[in-house]
Design a protein around this ligand. Structure first.
Ligand code: GLN
Length: 505
């Protein structure tokens, strides 16, 4: 099998070819590393590629297999890791200059679980600094380009992870979703991304942005691989008191059973004003697919979802301002070189170490929490959060799944929104409500625009109903082939370079 064939396989295929002895772990990992070497200088998905570590892991797996040892469910499967998850001995920066040299002394629980499942950790992916953003342009180190069109953003904040999967640099990746950061880049890169219910997956070792909203979740090309990765990372963790002690079902066992009598609620207001026409059309066609499968489609309304963005931009920055207080130049990370006294050292360290968006959030959050404004902003936002949750509770009394677009637009151009925070914030208008309500959500590919840009369909399910969510997503996926399309990177790069040299000359 050629390297190019290998990198187009699913994780399940890689795992079984390895199991059957038809591919060695070293062949698999080498094929991905070769692909990364050839194309990541154009895409910029990775902040760190652990070539040596990944090859070492692969060789160990090959030896263990030769000895007939039992192997884990992700044996020989490369997984790319958003650089917000602590990896022992491997630099973890959150794409922030303030953590440029931070090497965690421990693994996040999800990383430990990946290692126990015999996954190969191939590298750390680029992101918006501290996961604040929707385009990955807020990274303190580099931009990431969308593998379908290198002039466009991959979405964010987990843009590196989504782009890595779309570019076939890794069959799977982990991201984090605080307001849409898994689902939105998944939609813009044409892959599957799942945000688990708050409490489903441990946050231990996930560098905190907004602790009451953050969840770790999987990216993959299709729903079964997504289910497989969720299976590995889900479950209660004594190290995270907000992870919930509730059984994790066998997601793959039931995945291909359609949900009988599936009732789908279409959020009408999400398909009205403000949504791109081609996005709306692809979502309407997806609804037709479900209808043809016998699902009962009805319109629903989430009357308070329009307050999602304002409420989110109080709650998330408030929590961030507190979580980011620890970056003071004392314990770890960057410290300013010149300063007069301790306070000056704090100020210079944070002024030099944080980027503009992070500073904006810290100021917003500090303001909203300050005496005199706390009731007017923070407490009010918490009340809005409650009524948004109640909207979903009411909807789920009538329907099994809530459906809408993931993002109001397909991938936008790099640079287009970066100077206008409000337009950037609005990228998450359909995703933040699921985080505020703490429910589960998935984005799956549902078509392409005339320009060949992927469109994402968002499905939402009640808390801890990931099994239902995955089965409903799989019903659609089995009827369509959007998830099998891969960008032709060779052509995309050639076009990009031709355009660049034309504009230079
Ligand atoms: N784009 C949103 C923000 O900037 C969501 C980010 C996320 O989910 N981490 O906060």
């Amino acid at each position: 099998m050629t390297a190019s064939e290998i990198v187009h396989l699913t994780a399940r295929q890689l795992r079984s070819l390895f199991e059957e002895g038809r591919l060695s772990a070293e062949e698999i990992v080498s094929a991905y590393l070769e692909r990364i070497r050839a194309y990541d200088r154009h895409v910029g998905a990775f902040l760190l590629v652990d070539e040596e570590g990944a090859l070492q892991q692969a060789r160990t797996l090959d030896e263990r297999k030769a000895r007939g040892e039992p192997l884990g469910p992700l044996a020989a499967v490369p997984v790319a890791i958003k650089d917000v998850l602590c990896t022992q001995g491997m630099r973890t920066t959150c794409a922030s200059r303030i953590l440029h040299n931070f090497v965690p002394p421990y693994d996040a629980t999800v990383i430990r679980k990946l290692r126990e499942a015999d996954a190969v950790l191939i590298g750390k992916t680029n992101m918006d600094e501290f996961a604040m953003g929707s385009s990955t342009e807020n990274s303190g180190f580099q931009i990431t380009r969308n593998p379908w069109d290198l002039d466009r953003a991959p979405g964010g904040s987990s843009g590196g992870s989504a782009a890595a999967v779309a570019a076939c640099f890794s069959p799977m990746a982990l991201g984090s979703d605080t307001g849409g950061s898994i689902r939105q880049p998944a939609a813009l890169c044409g892959v599957v991304g799942l945000k688990p219910t708050y409490g489903r997956v441990s946050r231990y070792g996930l560098v905190a942005f907004a602790s009451s909203l953050d969840q770790v979740g999987p990216f993959a090309w299709d729903v079964p691989d997504t289910a497989l990765l969720l299976q590995v990372i889900a479950g209660h963790d004594p190290m995270d008191s907000t992870s919930v002690e509730i059984e994790v079902p066998d997601y793959l066992a039931t995945l291909d059973q359609p949900v009988g009598g599936l009732r789908i609620g279409v959020v009408r207001e999400w398909l009205a004003d403000g949504v791109d026409e081609q996005v709306a059309k692809a979502v309407e066609q997806a609804i037709d697919v479900y209808r043809a499968l016998g699902a009962k489609i009805q319109d629903i309304t989430l009357p308070h979802s329009k307050y999602g963005i304002p409420a989110y931009y109080i709650v998330a920055p408030a929590e961030a301002s507190s979580n980011l207080a620890r970056y003071d130049g004392v314990h770890y990370g960057y410290r300013a070189a010149d300063y007069d006294d301790m306070v000056d050292m704090y100020c210079r360290t944070r002024a030099e170490g944080f980027g503009a968006e992070v500073k904006r959030r810290v100021m917003l959050g500090t303001y909203a929490l300050s005496a005199g404004y706390y009731e007017a902003y923070y407490l009010k936002a918490l009340k809005v959060r409650r009524v948004i949750r109640e909207d979903f509770d009411r909807a789920f009394e009538q329907v099994d799944i809530v459906l809408g677009p993931t993002s109001p637009t397909p991938a936008f151009r790099l640079g287009e929104r970066i100077d206008d925070p409000i337009s950037m914030y609005l990228s998450d208008v359909y995703t933040v409500t699921a985080n505020l309500a703490g429910i589960a959500g998935i984005s799956i590919p549902c078509g392409f625009t005339a320009d060949g840009l992927p469109v994402g369909l968002q499905l939402l399910a009640p808390p801890f109903e990931e099994e239902r969510l995955l089965r409903a997503a799989r019903m659609y996926e089995r009827e369509t082939n959007w998830h099998t399309r891969r960008p032709d990177l060779e052509r995309v790069v050639a076009q990009f370079e031709a355009k660049q040299s034309a504009s230079a000359g």
